[in-house]
Design a protein. Structure first.
Length: 113
C-alpha cells in the first residue's frame, strides 16, 4: 500500500484480533509520531510498542537506522487504510515492512497482534 513517500507491504496473516483495538493502537502510535518536532530525523534502531486502552492488541515497530517519525506516521496511515479496505468486520494479526522513497529495502518492520 502506497502512502505518500512510503510503501507498506503486508504479509504473514494470522488469527483474528479486535479491529477496534487494532485501530486504537494505531491512533496511539500516530499520536506519538505527531508529538515529535523532528519528524524527518531518524528514530534510530529500536523497538516501539503501542497498545490500545484495553491492551488486547499491540502494534510493534522495529525501526531501522533510517526510519523517521514521519515514516512511522505514514506507516500507521497505511495500516489504517489497509484495515479500512480489507478488514470490514474483523481483522487478523499481520506483519509489515515499511519502505521509503530514496532508501533501498525496508527502513522498518513490524507486526500487529
Amino acid at each position: 500500500m502506497k502512502v505518500g513517500e512510503a510503501t507498506i507491504k503486508f504479509y504473514h496473516y494470522g488469527p483474528r484480533i479486535s479491529r477496534v483495538s487494532g485501530e486504537a493502537a494505531c491512533r496511539v502510535a500516530f499520536e506519538d509520531a505527531a508529538t515529535h518536532d523532528t519528524a524527518r530525523v531518524p528514530i534510530g534502531a529500536t523497538e516501539l510498542v503501542y497498545r490500545a486502552h484495553r491492551g488486547d492488541v499491540q502494534l510493534v515497530f522495529h525501526t531501522g537506522d533510517e526510519m523517521t517519525w514521519y515514516a512511522l506516521a505514514l506507516a500507521v496511515i497505511g495500516i489504517l487504510q489497509f484495515i479500512g479496505i480489507y478488514c470490514e468486520h474483523e481483522m487478523v494479526d499481520l506483519s509489515f515492512d515499511v519502505e521509503m522513497e530514496g532508501f533501498e529495502g525496508a527502513v522498518g518492520t513490524g507486526f500487529i497482534f
